[in-house]
Ligand binder design. Sequence first.
Ligand code: CU
Length: 70
Amino acid sequence: MNRTVLKIEGMTCDHCVHTIEKVLSAVPGVEKAEVNLKQKSAVIISDRPIDMSNAIFAVEQEGYKAIVIS
Ligand SMILES: [Cu+2]
């Protein structure tokens, strides 16, 4: 089980949270994505290492910014 934390810039409401959870969940290998508006974070759970550039790109496509923290 892999757990990756991203910092997300640009979220303002629950709709943003939902959008980012949706696009992150669609990234190949992602089991689950949990986004926290207050903490400006996203936790990605996967059963194998995934290419985070895909996740970052998916978030950027929606107009937000993502940075891998851990
Ligand atoms: Cu929003």
